[in-house]
Design a protein around this ligand. Structure first.
Ligand SMILES: O=C(O)C1=C[C@@H](OP(=O)(O)O)[C@@H](O)[C@H](O)C1
Ligand SMILES: C=C(OP(=O)(O)O)C(=O)O
Length: 688
């Protein structure tokens, strides 16, 4: 997950390959609750691991439900089977509607049956999302429900610690036109009280988001409860209904998450060797209503083939065909259509989406505002959005910093704007908001997208030994969410690998052509990985060894061999991957990435650097004298400056940063300020 303040997307060019998507949020949270309420054990496979499911799991755990983990996506729920081991708890449910609404109903009923009381709260936005209609329905049943903040909104308290008889004889009336989750909540909870008599629910007003009720009914059936219904108005839970665990249940991939990749296939030219995007884990047999996004994308021109559990998407009509669509059945995936509309041949109208106003943010206002930033004309009605496309020749598109309102879907759907024909990059603010349903969304996206190599931004930090390049580069990479190339380590790795292979790395030996050629071959075959601060040579973790002074000296000797430098050139350039790279070394800006967006030449006085090196060694428990260290540094500086291949000097256009008197944070800020001013968010050279 990108936990950075923002993520800059370079212009994207092509896409192709296969994605396996995380589990459905709607199915995961329903299955978790049903399993917890059932008798017996349920093993759940392919469960979504995200903020929304985590709050549900934490709540179930706090309620005394035993959860046995087998892995991040697999667990066994030991059902409560009518018991309630914990009678009082405060549950924090984040911004998960699928946790707040169903738990509110289930706990209200359990609280009445067992004489318990529970408080339910969430993030600030959750306290602006309505729940009053559900509370009203629960009060009809005789359940005490108290709003602890604003009337009609969470936080709330269900139950009052005393048992209450439930009033089940009359139909329970619930409004269906604000959120379908109120009806879902009742449907999931009421089988707890239907042992003796049938319970009827009557929907007041036109039910919205109907396919989500179908998910609820399908999953209730898997847990042994067959709800009878008349259209969308009347639902009956038959007398004698009782949850029965299916034993094992698999969660299909999230169809709303699939919409971003279906859209990707519809707008991106396939990358070489691929015919488009393949999505695995969800297909035409899905029980999720958002699978109907496939029809909308087809109507816009996408070529989609589907099987039970997979989809293949290719770009068809281009520009896309404009649509005018009632999106009430696909409220979540419809946001993706709003961005696809930018690539259409006329204005697209998305209708009947008033519920957008009470989701993670006011999505009608948010989409209008952010689409407008890209240059589009957008009409926002009370319950519709009309998006006028931007020209296919690229004129009129603007780069933008997309505000994401802590709404995962805003972040995910706007990533598709990086395919704009103007080849403009764009910034996604607070990318970690995708954690609600798809923590690895951007990693998955980058796994199938391609940018033109020259568009992938590189920030080079070059400079002499012990100037603090490594620390600065690692911190910058972390703040920008970029890959990191510690090129100094590559040379150290060659040095280490050479010594292990029995090659003589003494300066004199390296003058011999045969020896130099052997070293070049070894460098070419180097199997190196940098992973979470560890360095791997083949299957061996060599993190500590590679940082030793001995490896450093060997690195400095092998680095002057032209054959080694040539072999490492390709290896280093391969680190230039989406979304960008921070490269730390001595010739990053001058030789390896001469077209880098920003080159920094980092220096500090030799005395300062010797002092820092001494502290570093002391921290590791090694001893040295400042005098020796200074002499070593000066000798190494001299060797670096005077070597014939790529001598150490500031690259053309490099900005000089002397950090002798700067803290790490000050250096980081300085470089970030330069980076903000660099051409990353600016039109590509092609259009200038
Ligand atoms: O029941 C569900 O799983 C959901 C129902 C929909 O909400 P509304 O019924 O409020 O539209 C949907 O937007 C939400 O993401 C998930
Ligand atoms: C509306 C959404 O979430 P929630 O389940 O919190 O309602 C959503 O995921 O788009």
């Amino acid at each position: 997950m990108y936990a950075t303040a923002f993520l800059d997307l370079p212009p994207l060019h092509r896409a192709g390959g296969t994605v396996r998507l995380p589990g459905s949020k709607s199915i995961s949270n329903r299955v978790l609750l049903l399993a917890a309420l059932s008798q017996g054990q349920t093993r759940i496979e392919d469960l979504l691991d995200s903020d929304d499911t985590r709050v549900m799991l934490t709540a179930l755990d706090a309620l005394g439900c035993r959860l046995q983990r087998h892995g991040p996506h697999s667990l066994t729920v030991h059902g409560l089977g009518g018991q309630l081991p914990v009678r009082q708890a405060s549950l924090f449910l984040g911004n998960a509607g699928t946790a707040m609404r169903p738990l509110c109903a289930a706990l209200a009923l359990l609280a009445c049956q067992h004489g318990a009381a529970f408080e339910l709260s969430g993030v600030a936005r959750m306290h602006e999302r309505p729940i009053g209609d559900l509370a009203d329905a629960l009060r009809q049943l005789g359940c005490p429900v108290q709003h602890l903040g604003q009337p009609g909104y969470p936080p709330l308290r269900v139950g009052d610690g005393a048992p209450h008889a439930l009033r089940l004889a009359e139909p329970i009336r619930v409004r269906g036109d604000v959120s379908s989750q109120f009806l879902t909540a009742l449907l999931l909870a009421l089988p707890l009280a239907a042992q003796q008599q049938a319970i009827e629910i009557e929907v007041v007003g036109e039910l919205i988001s109907k396919p989500y009720i179908e998910i609820t009914l399908a999953l209730l059936a898997r847990f042994g409860v067959a709800v009878q219904r008349q259209g969308w108005q009347r639902f009956v839970i038959p007398a004698g209904s009782r949850y029965a665990s299916p034993g094992q249940i698999h969660v299909e991939a999230d169809a709303s998450s699939a919409s971003y990749f279906i859209a990707l296939g519809a707008i991106a030219q396939p990358s070489l060797g691929h015919s488009g995007i393949t999505i695995e884990g969800v297909g035409l047999d899905s029980i999720q209503g958002d699978i109907r996004f496939v029809e909308a994308a087809r109507a816009m021109g996408a070529q989609i083939e589907g099987s039970a559990n997979a989809l293949q998407v290719r770009r068809g009509a281009w520009p896309l065909k404009a649509i005018d669509l009632d999106c009430n059945a696909i409220p979540d995936a419809a946001m993706t259509l709003a961005v696809l509309a930018l690539y259409a041949d006329g204005p697209c109208t998305l209708r009947n989406i008033a519920s957008w106003r009470v989701k993670e943010t006011d999505r009608l206002a948010a989409m209008r505002c952010e689409l407008s930033k890209l240059g589009a004309t957008v009409e926002e009605g009370p319950d519709y959005l009309r998006v006028h496309p931007l020209p296919a020749d690229g004129r009129g598109w603007q780069t933008a910093s997309i505000h994401t309102y802590d709404d995962h879907r805003v972040a995910m759907c706007f990533a598709l704007a990086a395919f704009n024909p103007a080849q403009l990059g764009l910034r996604i603010e607070d990318p970690k908001c995708v954690a609600k349903t798809f923590p690895d969304f951007f990693e998955t996206l980058f796994g199938v997208c391609q940018a033109q190599p020259s568009h992938i931004p590189v920030l080079c930090i070059d400079g002499p030994s012990a100037s603090g390049k490594g620390t600065l580069a690692a911190e910058l990479a972390a703040r920008l969410g970029y890959h990191l190339l510690d090129s100094g380590l590559l040379y150290r790795l060659v040095g280490l690998a050479a010594e292990r292979a029995g090659l003589d790395t003494a300066a004199a030996a390296l003058q011999q052509p045969q020896q130099a050629a052997a070293l070049g071959r070894l460098a070419q075959q180097l199997l190196v990985r940098f992973e979470q601060g560890r360095v791997w040579l083949g299957h061996e973790d060599v993190t500590d060894e590679v940082r030793s002074e001995a490896a450093g000296m060997a690195a400095s000797r092998v680095a002057v061999v032209p054959e080694v430098r040539a072999a490492l050139l390709d290896l280093q350039r391969n680190f230039r991957r989406l979304p960008g790279l921070v490269a730390d070394g001595r010739d990053m800006g001058s030789v390896i990435f001469p077209d880098a967006a920003l080159k920094v030449y980092l220096t500090a006085s030799a005395a300062q650097r010797a002092q820092r090196r001494l502290w570093q060694l002391q921290e590791r428990g090694e001893s040295a004298t400042i005098k020796d260290l200074l002499a070593d540094l000066e000798a190494r500086d001299e060797r670096d400056r005077s070597r014939s291949a790529a001598p150490l000097k500031p690259a053309e256009g490099a900005l000089l940063l002397d950090n002798s008197a700067l803290s790490i944070e000050q250096s980081v800020q300085q470089v970030l300020d330069w980076w903000q001013a660099s051409p990353v968010l600016r039109p590509s050279a092609a259009l200038e």
